[in-house]
Design a binder for this molecule. Structure first.
Ligand code: NAP
Length: 258
């Protein structure tokens, strides 16, 4: 991962600061001496309506957006990322924020069947058009997402999945990457982050189910979808030079209690 070049501590707003990535990122940045403002509904900031945002942005130098939509229904998720990014970028422009960092998904522009990924592309487009200096980090699937994929793909106790290649990454590596990115100058581009190893989707979920227990069977089905979208070996894997996390999936599984 690139070294940080930040010499002074900053006041950083984390949109979604109490989520999976937000909490880990806040801890890392606080440890480095930055002052963190966490913005989420539980801290009194609703980024869909804009409630509490004008107050929260006061004195902020950089923003990291690690929000996620409470609903993954196509229209709801599109409206969520459009509203939250529009509200954030509007107040950032007025407040002179120097760096907007956002977390997106590797392959978001390669899986047009996915309403969720179309919404992430809409979010990326808003960021690139807004004029606030930015860095977009597209990450691959988090190790922590394995239960969610298993749950979605389960039919009558069998997990039906396509055998597509993926390159998942630990949430700790994602937070570490975002901490480095926000501590450096804006890159005004999209950068990709993946895990250290490629693995087939069915093996990724299968290894999680083996450790978590429950005796579920995995069925490889080329016609099965990934959250309703057709995917192939290129869909979810970084295509160019990507930043790589260091945590291996088996080590992560071995050190987790399910
Ligand atoms: N899962 C994956 O494998 C994966 C892979 C690559 C990229 N990503 C991206 O990673 C990002 C973060 O994911 P995550 O799993 O860390 O999310 P998460 O744990 O679900 O956290 C979502 C955060 O959004 C906040 N939030 C929701 N609605 C809000 C609203 N109206 N106003 C203000 N805050 C709101 C939540 O706090 P409150 O409930 O308190 O409001 C929470 O802090 C997402 O953008 C996702 O696209 C995920």
């Amino acid at each position: 991962m690139p070294p940080t070049n930040q010499e002074t501590n900053m006041k950083i707003l984390i949109a979604g600061g109490n989520g999976l990535i937000g909490k880990k990122l806040a801890a890392l940045l606080e440890k480095s001496g930055h002052q963190i403002v966490s913005a989420s509904r539980s801290s009194g900031v609703d980024l869909v309506t804009g409630e509490g945002l004008e107050e929260a942005i006061q004195g902020i130098e950089a923003v990291v957006d690690v929000l996620n939509s409470p609903s993954f229904e196509d229209q709801a998720v599109l409206e969520f990322f459009q509203a939250t990014s529009t509200n954030l970028l509007r107040v950032e422009t007025a407040a002179g924020v120097k760096h907007h960092v956002a977390l997106s998904v590797v392959g978001s522009d390669r899986v047009p069947d996915s309403g969720y990924l179309r919404a992430k592309v809409a979010q990326e487009n808003l960021i690139q058009a807004a004029g606030v200096p930015f860095t977009i980090v597209r990450a691959t699937q988090f190790f922590e997402f394995a239960p969610g994929i298993a749950q979605f793909s389960m039919v009558d106790g069998r997990c039906r999945l396509p055998a597509a290649t993926m390159q998942p990454v630990a949430a700790d590596d994602v937070a570490d990457c975002l901490a480095r990115v926000v501590s450096a100058a804006p890159r005004r581009e999209i950068v990709e982050l993946g895990g250290p190893e490629k693995i087939r989707l069915d093996k990724f979920v299968g290894r999680y189910l083996t450790v978590a227990g429950g005796g579920h069977e995995i069925e490889i089905d080329p016609a099965a979808t990934y959250f309703g979208a057709s995917i192939d070996d290129a869909s979810l894997v970084p295509q160019g030079a990507a930043i790589l996390g260091s945590i291996r999936y088996q080590n992560w599984l071995d050190n987790r209690r399910f």
